[in-house]
Design a protein around this ligand. Structure first.
Ligand code: NAD
Length: 354
């Protein structure tokens, strides 16, 4: 579905709601785009909004969300507030007829995601979710490598997102950190999991899990394992893909080897070539290759894509349906956590975009 009313020729005027840790990054990224300008910032903590406005002269501080929504010169609003506020804010913004960018996760329930998708459709407005890693050149290259079969058949993916801090009080580590890895895995495989199993642990005793592991089982037999924690000494952000021919490692914190391809694996040796006439496995240690990647900032690519969609009516890569798919997996994982690691079946409600 393409949104109507393309505003091709002129500068897109944006407002950013939420000026905590992430909101100022969105403000900066929008301001750096020649085709966009930030007209307003709003935070229910006025001091934070004022601090951002001081850094970016020309941006006005709104006294309330209504002031932003009533400004007919505002084309789009980006939401960078805590996850539990996303659904209500996005609904108000779409109802006011503004294009809407929402940080991940799109909402805390699939029902809310569907409501937002329907609102965006009926109002013919762009709805995009901040699955930033789908705009990361290492992830994009990895998807191309997998799609052209360079790794052979993908057997499993293993993602780790660990560090110390950013302990949330509204959502657990699953809802805060795993949206990224789930969105990456669905993008890399172009497939929706059939089953989800999750286990989590609440070491800080705040009633929500600080450490979560989840396993996604895909109909094709592929498996995705995700570990997320905000109680770990070092920042780890990596994803290993193990294929039947080659393996790949995407390390987001590496400065010079964000994506590494390993010509490594296990070869089957036919019985006639073995001493005992049985199948044997032979380990293969071949070349290691580091593809050259562009130095683009994923956040900039992401907001540029949003602005382009607003200008042209193009459907975003990370549209409402994409946000919904991730939330469906999170919901299933949450149910599994509540049922002590029970296997939860997922009914695929939407088709994956080609
Ligand atoms: N895409 C990414 O890589 C990435 C990275 C970090 C955070 N995020 C997302 O960004 C969002 C914000 O995270 P953060 O780390 O900046 O949180 P934060 O707690 O640092 O900041 C949130 C801000 O929102 C304000 N706020 C809360 N409720 C509000 C409301 N109803 N109206 C207006 N303002 C309100 C708070 O006062 C605060 O200043 C989260 O959804 C998070 O998942 C995304």
């Amino acid at each position: 579905m393409d949104a109507g009313n393309p505003t091709t020729a002129r500068t897109i005027r944006v407002a950013v709601v939420g000026c905590g840790y992430w909101g100022p990054n969105l403000v900066r990224a929008f301001t750096e785009l020649p085709e966009a300008e930030v007209a307003w910032v709003y935070d229910r903590d006025m001091g934070r909004a004022r601090a951002v406005a001081r850094q970016f002269p020309g941006i006005r501080v709104a006294a309330g969300l209504e002031q932003v929504l009533q400004d007919s010169g505002v084309d789009a609003v980006a939401v960078a507030t805590p996850a539990h506020t996303h659904a209500a804010l996005a609904e108000a913004i779409l109802r006011a007829g503004k294009h809407t960018f929402v940080e991940k996760p799109l909402a805390l329930s699939s029902a809310d995601c569907r409501k937002l998708i329907e609102l965006a459709r009926s109002r013919q407005r762009i709805l995009m979710v901040g699955h930033t890693f789908l705009f990361n050149d290492a992830v994009i290259r990895l998807q191309e490598i997998i799609a052209r079969g360079e790794l052979g058949e993908v057997w499993y993916l293993h993602a780790r997102r660990l560090n110390l801090g950013q302990i949330r009080q509204d959502v657990n580590a699953l809802w805060n950190l795993a949206p990224h890895d789930i969105s990456i895995m669905l993008f890399l495989l172009g497939e929706f999991p059939e089953q989800v199993v999750a286990r989590g642990y609440d070491f800080l005793g705040q009633g929500m899990e600080d450490l979560v592991t989840l396993t996604l089982e895909f109909g094709s037999g592929k498996v995705g394992i995700i570990e997320v924690s905000w109680l770990s000494p070092n920042k780890v952000r990596d994803l290993t893909v193990v294929g039947s021919r080659k393996m790949a490692l995407y390390n987001d914190v590496s400065t010079d080897a964000r994506l590494v391809l390993y010509d490594r694996g296990v070869d089957n040796v036919p019985p006639e070539l073995t001493n005992f006439g049985e199948f044997q496995f032979r380990l293969r240690f071949g070349d290691v290759h580091i593809p050259h990647l562009p130095m683009r900032e994923p956040l900039r690519v992401e907001v540029q894509h949003f602005v382009e969609c607003v200008r042209t009516g193009k459907r975003p890569l990370t549209d409402g349906e994409n946000g919904l798919r991730v939330v469906e997996v999170l919901e299933a994982a949450q149910q599994s956590l509540a049922e002590n690691g029970a296997t939860i079946s997922l009914v695929r409600s939407v088709g994956l975009a080609a």
